[in-house]
Design a protein around this ligand. Structure first.
Ligand code: CU
Length: 382
């Protein structure tokens, strides 16, 4: 809200409320055309549900799926509260070992205290206030270094086998940077989107003290710049797409899309016994609908991490992945699918290298397949 200082002085207290009403020009500036953001490709929940017609056929590749529905279970009992965990727990994997009986725990937003929530968003805000390393094109602050890596790697990390493992690694890189550069020392949260399906905007995750509001897509198809809350007034410099164009942090919720992010959609995808079938279903299913449902910056594949809710969303996606892995011990020990887009493609292996373009050291698929393997050391509270 800008207004002429001398006019304000002349006007005095009587005029303050009139001046606080945004002018039509300011109102227009708060909206942003959604066309520039595009959207993530999707499959329908019905396609995911059609086990008789496996996803590999829908997508036109891979062997026919004939497996039976896998059971899902969590292997660990959740502790009562986040407060039982200390910095040491959170950093349990720092030395490359993991006490499987005492890993860090990621707490669902509802089980995560108000104090931890504030500390979490403030640590993200802290990254936005730190200078860029200068190693990433277009990045204007440390947070945007992280966004840039996703933008640059987009063709290599989506719609192929590495999607889930690379994004697991990426979230861990984000966590590591928050801890080391902004002194974040709490347990990590995750967001069970299935509990908010169809009503994302009503979740208190989207309120001023946390990630800020989630305005609806306007009737003429525009997004709204976020003006209030922790990230109000944020200008992004990475994206849209492969561009580097200053634009606002905008959202444009479509609850008909968030309404598909249900527990049954997730479990239909997790019923696939083949990793890559499950991966494709999750990627084009609940993952894509969460992105498109929040809309605007989040709906744009390359630079979607510009909206910090990206990380809560990918913590949800990683949770679904871990739940699938809990269905069979072999699922932390092997991977299948394509490592590239060649035809025929190169099969991915456990030695496939994961990179964050120097944000943190490279690692391999085998290091991140097990969240309790030592390179990583965490589980989810349920
Ligand atoms: Cu991504």
């Amino acid at each position: 809200m800008r207004f002429n200082l001398s006019a304000q002085a002349l006007c005095g207290a009587i005029c303050v409320s009139a001046l606080a009403v945004p002018s039509p020009v300011e109102k227009r500036l708060q909206l942003i055309d959604l066309k520039q953001f595009g959207s993530f490709p999707t499959i329908t929940p019905e396609q995911a549900h059609a086990e008789a017609q496996p996803l590999s056929i829908i997508l036109g590749d891979g062997p026919q799926y004939t497996g039976k529905k896998a059971t899902t279970s969590t292997t660990n009992k959740a502790p009562a509260t986040a407060q039982e965990f200390t910095t040491e727990d959170a950093a349990a994997a720092a030395d490359g070992t993991c006490d499987r009986n005492n890993p860090a725990v990621r707490f669902e937003w509802r089980n995560y205290s108000a104090d931890d929530r504030k500390a979490f968003v403030n640590a993200i805000k802290c990254l936005m206030g730190k200078p860029s390393s200068g190693n990433f094109q277009g990045a204007q602050n440390r947070y945007e270094d992280i966004v840039s890596v996703h933008q640059q790697l987009t063709p290599l990390i989506h719609q192929r086998a590495v999607f889930l493992v690379w994004h697991r690694y990426y979230v861990s890189v984000f966590e590591s940077i928050m801890r080391e550069e902004c002194a974040f020392d709490r347990a990590f949260p995750w967001w069970d989107e299935t509990l908010d399906a169809g009503k994302f905007a009503q979740s208190d995750i989207f309120t001023d003290p946390y990630f800020g509001p989630l305005p609806a897509k306007t009737s003429d198809g525009q997004g709204t710049c976020i003006q209030s809350g922790t990230f109000g007034g944020t200008t992004l410099h990475i994206g849209p797409g492969s561009a580097f164009t200053a634009h606002c942090l905008a959202r444009a919720v479509d609850e008909s899309l968030t309404g598909t992010v249900t527990a049954s959609f997730v479990s239909d995808c997790n019923s696939r016994t083949s990793y890559d079938d499950m991966r494709g279903c999750q990627e084009l299913g609940p993952h894509a609908y969460g992105h498109n449902g929040v809309g605007a910056v989040m709906a744009e594949v390359q630079a979607s991490p510009g909206d910090p809710i990206f990380f809560m969303h990918h913590l949800f996606v990683d949770h679904s992945f871990r739940i699938w892995q809990n269905g069979d011990a072999s699922r932390t020990q092997s991977i299948n699918g394509c490592a590239d887009a060649n035809n025929p493609c190169t099969p991915i292996t456990m030695d496939y290298v994961l990179t964050s373009n120097g944000l943190r050291p490279n690692t391999t698929v085998s290091q991140v397949m097990d969240t309790l393997g030592g390179y990583l050391c965490y589980r989810y509270d349920y």
